[in-house]
Design a binder for this molecule. Sequence first.
Ligand SMILES: NC(=O)c1ccc[n+]([C@@H]2O[C@H](COP(=O)([O-])OP(=O)(O)OC[C@H]3O[C@@H](n4cnc5c(N)ncnc54)[C@H](O)[C@@H]3O)[C@@H](O)[C@H]2O)c1
Length: 430
Amino acid sequence: MLDIKDRIINKKATIAVVGLGYVGLPLAVEFAKQGFKVLGVEIDDRKVASLNRGNSYILDVEREDLREVINSARLVPTTDYSKLKKADAIIICVPTPLRKTGEPDLSFVLSAVSEIKNYFNRGKAVILESTTYPGTTEEIILPLLEKKGFKAGKDFYLAFSPERVDPGNVRFKTRDIPKIIGGVTKKCAQIAGLLYKQIVEKVIFVSSPRVAEMVKLLENSFRSVNIALANETALICNRLGIDVWEVISAASTKPFGFMPFYPGPGIGGHCIPTDPMYLVWKARLSGYEPRLIKTAQEINSYMPHYVIDKVISALNLRKKTVKGAKVLVVGITYKPDVNDLRESPALEIMEELLNKGANLSYFDPYIPELKFGNRKFKSLKLNSVRVKDFDCVLIVTNHSRIDYSVFKNCKLIIDTRNAIPWKGKNLEKI
Ligand SMILES: NC(=O)c1ccc[n+]([C@@H]2O[C@H](COP(=O)([O-])OP(=O)(O)OC[C@H]3O[C@@H](n4cnc5c(N)ncnc54)[C@H](O)[C@@H]3O)[C@@H](O)[C@H]2O)c1
């Protein structure tokens, strides 16, 4: 019988991906496209049924690619954990959200590992990809897997390798993004590295899982802090009567020492609002109270309120109250060209506008319907006659598919994304 190393090299290894969401599904399809047999273990039976019908619910996974690997049975989606008995390598891609108290919620990871334990035997590799605080792999997962009397590096292999995918990014796909790997032992790192070399151009080894865990949190805290700086600059520029977009565009001409980040109506998705708080929590446990990362989160969380104030005062200038005003929100996903609504600032803005009595509609080519409490909304079909009826058009997300020319003669446009290319009395930017 071949050991795991030879099975990977000969593409005989069966790879299991646990959690087929934005991260897990593209990864599973990539391994299957490279000729591996892949098990996709997912607790949501609707997702499993959809995949088995060849329908992708993740935009980055093309229907044709999915159908090819499903029809050839190279990817087998299932809700049945017992199939893991046959897996050589198990990659965990389950959610790592925050609790209501703002603390890390590892319940999905723990529940996945407790299932994996039931079908675990010698020679297998387990890799955690879910974003988490430094120490999770060695302090939480390692003892659970070693409970069987197995020793990591000898009887099984355990590593952390953060997912760095950027949904909706057409330039950098799974293959192009270097993979960071931190193994519990050297052998663990080698096996994980060998596995990922089958699907990515470059793997980068770090000395431990906790370094790899920290790398991911630094990357996302870096984004959060820089977005906060762009947002704060926008708030200052607004008071000074300066166009922040012009400032950033000119600063970006510096060939070194400056990297443009842009202001917006707030941050969303599963990463930027969440991951820095994992770091804050862990730092506090070690006796350090983070300041910069926390302040950045506060500035970013303030932005939806700033946008609402902007809507209210712009309507007020036009002798309108927000109560009863017809407001059209354009683009409601958390970022362009994805169908992901998680933590989207648009939801907070829409809820507040509804609470204040606005007569609300929305348009988003990626979200045909939206349930809001007990109310249901349908995305409008846009045309220049129809949009003229609105007292305010609020641009929250600028999908590349939106034709902005239909807004040319609107009464009022509030553009939080610098999406509108013309100037006019009816236009206010943040
Ligand atoms: N979405 C991103 O852009 C992104 C990028 C990098 C890293 N990450 C990280 O990757 C992880 C996964 O994120 P995601 O966006 O793919 O989440 P997701 O919610 O899209 O997908 C997770 C999937 O796991 C399933 N699941 C939950 N518990 C399970 C269990 N016990 N067994 C099997 N399946 C289970 C869910 O039903 C869901 O389909 C998170 O830690 C996230 O922070 C996400």
